[in-house]
Design a protein around this ligand. Structure first.
Ligand SMILES: [Zn+2]
Length: 135
């Protein structure tokens, strides 16, 4: 269980990490498998964007995808559920569901999980954690 209710978790690194762990199978302290591009000024990881000085060790920890702020990253969450046969429904301005501008719904059998958000990624992250039994 998270320390704060899911609906009150703001988009950011804490929410990103929780979603990455619970939904995407991300593990803390895992080496980033990104390809390293070498430049005259140093290196840059093509996967996560981490940069380092030339000659500095290129090994670095994987960062959780920014699922709560990036729709590209949040879509990985939607796709993960889709692969499990569970559709994630995202809608804008769902006045009947509450005051938040975005709403996400996951139906699992008889149970319907819903979450709102200021942005679609935030709503997707929150509903995903609820569907995974958090909060
Ligand atoms: Zn990387």
């Amino acid at each position: 269980m998270a320390e704060i209710p899911i609906d009150e978790m703001e988009p950011g690194s804490e929410l990103d990490e929780l979603v990455a762990k619970r939904v995407l199978g991300w593990k803390r302290h895992r080496r980033c498998p990104g390809e390293i591009a070498h430049m005259p000024t140093g290196w840059r990881c093509r996967r996560c964007g981490k940069m380092g000085d030339e000659g500095a060790p290129t090994e670095h920890e994987e960062r959780p995808p920014r699922c709560s702020t990036s729709i590209v990253a949040a879509w990985r969450v939607v796709e993960r559920f889709a692969h499990e046969g569970v559709p994630v429904e995202v809608s804008a301005n769902p006045t009947e569901r509450g005051p938040e501008p975005w709403c996400a719904v996951i139906r699992m059998g008889e149970v319907e999980h819903t979450a709102g958000g200021e942005t679609a990624p935030a709503a997707i992250c929150r509903v995903a954690l609820k569907a995974r039994g958090e909060g």
